[in-house]
Design a protein around this ligand. Structure first.
Ligand code: ATP
Ligand code: MG
Length: 230
């Protein structure tokens, strides 16, 4: 007999299958691309591979959540060329999970996840309490869009602050605490920066820690953006 465990919803949750995850993420992706005005989304090999990787991850993540409750949960980092669908792909994935990383079965369960745009990271840590994104109070899953578009260093009352470095450091520290008293945070991001460039901008230590915090998906090819015909 299955026993209910108070506020641990994923204990008696049915894990998602790869096919189910793939179909949901792909449908959502196509829906979002169409919403942007593209009549016929073009799923090339890179996008197809990314969708499959996201589906495999969803299954792994779901299993981890069920078995480990608050364990180490690596996120997903989408690297790649400009305009190749990175943000849309992550947005599609984001819509399929809850803010604590639980797979949402069926369309009736709505996700409340949103992106923290990289150029709002500083504001989200040091900004006024009315600021829309409050990283400090953020949920278990943190989604940062377009890492590298922000100013890496911001002066705060004369003190240099490095928002991305702070976020990664804080997540990494929690990730390495084995007492699991605090919920672990899982980091998801998109970026046009190459891993080498990340090392140049944020330093070797951050680049190295990122390897432990997430799985990498790389999307190549040309940008989908075009002028269009008149
Ligand atoms: N498979 C696709 N087929 C056609 N258009 C697409 C596809 N994927 C994304 N697009 C469209 O291309 C544009 C760029 O997509 P998106 O913003 O997701 O890319 P990105 O890689 O995050 O770009 P950037 O590098 O500028 O952050 C959007 O208008 C999006 O709707
Ligand atoms: Mg983007």
């Amino acid at each position: 007999m299955t026993q209910r465990h108070g506020r641990e919803p994923w204990r008696d949750q049915v894990p998602v299958t790869i096919e189910e995850a793939y179909n949901r993420i792909k449908n959502k992706y196509i829906q979002l691309v169409k919403k942007s005005g593209v009549k016929e989304p073009d799923i090339r090999k890179d996008q197809e591979d990314a969708l499959q990787a996201l589906a495999r991850y969803a299954v792994k993540m779901d299993v981890n959540r069920i078995e480990l409750f608050k364990g180490r949960n690596k996120g997903i980092f989408i690297f790649g060329n400009l305009g190749t669908g990175k943000s849309t792909l992550l947005r599609a994935f984001m819509a399929c999970i809850s803010s604590n990383g639980k797979w949402l079965h069926g369309e009736d369960e709505r996700s409340t996840n949103t992106f923290l745009p990289a150029d709002k990271m500083f504001e989200s840590i040091y900004g006024s309490s009315s600021s829309k994104f409050r990283y400090k109070h953020s949920k278990e899953c943190v989604f940062i869009d377009d890492v590298g578009t922000e100013q890496a260093m911001v002066s705060h009352f004369g003190n240099p602050k490095y928002p991305f470095i702070e976020i990664v450091t804080s997540i990494y520290e929690k990730f390495n605490e084995s007492n699991f008293l605090e919920p672990q945070q899982t980091l998801f991001l998109t970026t046009n920066l190459s891993p080498k460039k990340i090392e140049e901008i944020y330093g070797e230590r951050i680049a190295d820690r990122l390897k432990e915090l997430g799985y990498q998906i790389i999307i190549g090819g040309d940008s989908f953006r075009n002028f269009g015909k008149i």
